[in-house]
Design a protein around this ligand. Structure first.
Ligand code: NAI
Length: 269
């Protein structure tokens, strides 16, 4: 895709799932990739190896570089250090992918406050802190840049028993728009993708049980869950110059989940 070669991309939570696929895809497109992980150093190393292999499928991109950085995005000092280390190493940061995310399940009348704070802390505060540090750097170097937030269909679909997750993704949608508007004139684009049910470790409760997976997929108009590579493709597009005039948008990638599937058939004759 146009305009990705030689860019530096930081992907949070890139040791598994969608983040891993994004790092691999951006490396294939010629970006240097910074692979952030919280605790799974082995997963991060796998991401690095697969990213470098993919990049090298195209001789021109064989010089692509990678950097692994441990850090918890919900901690201010870690978010600051993530961006600082990226710039020290590569001299620039052009693309931030706010992908790190967690969820907990509980009836809303019984959520432990620590769990509530944890989910908001990683999904929303962490995304903001990484965006803040990236924007500071872009403004200081007077560079254009692109921030892509990995949201969820629960940015707009309420999800009982997952209140903190729904709130975090709803907030992320507003953050995408607010930052997009605030920095549009500086050449900083901010967009989001909102995946539907996607086969990744966060969903192992149903991806590892064929019956449960079939039940989940029965609710999806296209009849199947998505893949992390399908999410990464849209992220690469948003990060590229093909999307140069797009900002403040969230793209729903969900097999039709947000189309009110109950209306697929007429309710009455
Ligand atoms: P995942 O569990 O494989 O990925 C989440 C990643 O975030 C993990 O690598 C985890 O280690 C990392 N992480 C968690 N806390 C962190 C922290 N404090 N600092 C740094 N990294 C941290 O699951 P998946 O599905 O790849 O999730 C990626 C994003 O996609 C999340 O934001 C999730 O909410 C979103 N998403 C996923 C959907 C799905 O069906 N898989 C659907 C909609 C959104």
């Amino acid at each position: 895709m146009k305009g990705l070669t030689g860019k530096t991309a930081l992907i949070t939570g890139a040791s598994s799932g969608i983040g891993q696929s994004i790092a691999i895809r951006l490396a294939k497109e010629g970006c240097n990739v910074v692979i952030n992980y919280r605790s799974d150093s082995e997963g991060a190393e796998t991401t690095r190896q697969r990213a470098m292999e993919k990049a090298c499928q195209d001789v021109e991109n064989c010089g692509v570089k990678s950097l692994l950085i441990q850090g918890d995005v919900s901690k201010e000092e870690d978010a600051v250090s993530l961006v600082q280390q990226t710039i020290e190493h590569f001299g620039q940061l052009d693309i931030l992918i706010n992908n790190a995310g967690v969820q907990t399940e509980s009836p809303s009348d019984a959520i432990e406050v620590d769990d509530f704070d944890w989910v908001l802390g990683v999904n929303l505060r962490g995304a903001y802190l990484c965006a803040r540090e990236t924007i500071k750097h872009l403004l200081a170097q007077n560079r254009p840049g692109s921030i892509i937030n990995i949201s969820s269909v629960h940015e707009i679909i309420p999800r009982p028993q997952y209140l903190s997750y729904s709130i975090s993704k709803g907030g992320m949608g507003n953050m995408t728009k607010t930052l997009a508007l605030e920095y549009a004139a500086k050449g900083i684009r901010v967009n989001g993708i909102a995946p539907g049910a996607t086969i990744t470790p966060i969903n192992e409760a149903w991806t590892e049980d064929p019956e449960k997976q079939a039940e989940v997929e029965s609710h999806i108009p296209m009849g199947r869950a998505g893949t992390s590579d399908e999410m990464a493709a849209a992220v690469a597009f948003f990060a590229s110059d093909e999307a140069a005039y797009i900002t403040g948008q969230t793209l729903y990638i969900d097999g039709g989940l947000t189309l009110y599937a109950d209306f697929q058939e007429p309710w009455s004759a």
